[in-house]
Design a protein around this ligand. Structure first.
Ligand code: ADE
Length: 244
């Protein structure tokens, strides 16, 4: 029987998503690790269908941007109605509110860790040119981006954020050891991995990994992690002074 509580006085980690496309969920989150964890009750997912709060016969959720310009903007009143209804469920009121947007602060491993350690997340996934700024202010949403590119909606970004958090919930990953060594832990990218066969297409596994000498292996991995980080992500090695 899986443990349904994370620890004493804690219910399962909770993800609530306000979206025009609830049928996209759980999608990939229903498979593999996150899917098993969802089934065993380590986390829960609740989608709020924004369309149900739309206005008029066409259940309209958007309108033209004030001041002109291309595209459509999601209405503050429609979003607030959906958000407020979701917030009547007591368990959602203490969740951090996050609007997924390319304008947000970057999603990092540290941010995922902090969110995973809390009670869950309340996510707003937008479409079109975005949402009316006033609802973000009035309902206290912070903005998070999953990277410097523009998706056609916040749903995939919401799934990425949820996935990054769910795998960090205690009990979701079998071995905690595999968390310790992965990329970004210790500020470096992960060292390269190998497995059988020992020789493949004329490419042998590096000799040191077969030596059984754990000291040398650790040294070699550290060196390779540094090399990879230096060539691929020098920004991770630059000292963070906090100054511009
Ligand atoms: N919505 C559209 N693009 C996005 C991004 N890069 N991150 C988060 N949400 C988004």
């Amino acid at each position: 029987m899986p443990d349904r509580t994370r620890h004493e006085n804690h219910t399962a980690w909770q993800a609530t998503v306000v979206t025009l496309f609830p049928e996209m969920f759980p999608g990939p989150l229903g498979h593999s690790l996150s899917g098993q964890a969802l089934e065993s009750g380590l986390w829960s997912l609740d989608c709020i269908a924004l369309r149900e709060f739309g206005l008029g016969r066409h259940r309209q959720v958007d309108d033209t941007p004030a001041g002109g310009g291309a595209g459509m903007v999601m209405r503050a009143d429609v979003i607030a109605a959906a958000v407020d209804q979701a917030l009547t469920k007591q368990s959602t009121s203490n969740l951090p509110r996050i609007y997924l947007s390319p304008r947000g602060t970057p999603l990092t491993q540290l941010a995922a860790k902090e969110l995973a350690a809390g009670p869950g997340v309340f996510l707003l996934a937008g479409r079109f040119e975005g949402v009316d700024e006033r609802v973000l202010e009035a309902r206290d949403f912070r903005e998070i981006s999953i990277g410097d590119y523009v998706l056609s909606g916040g749903e995939l970004a919401a799934m990425v954020l949820i996935d990054a958090c769910v795998r960090l919930i205690p009990g979701v990953l079998g071995a905690d050891a595999s968390l310790n060594q992965e990329s970004f832990e210790g500020g470096l990218l992960e060292y390269p991995q190998y497995t059988r066969p020992r020789d493949w297409e004329g490419r042998p596994i590096p000799e040191v990994l077969l030596s059984g000498d754990h000291g040398r292996i650790a040294q070699w991995r550290e060196m390779r992690a540094r090399e990879m980080t230096k060539t691929r992500r020098p920004d991770l090695l630059a000292p963070k002074t906090g100054k511009k």
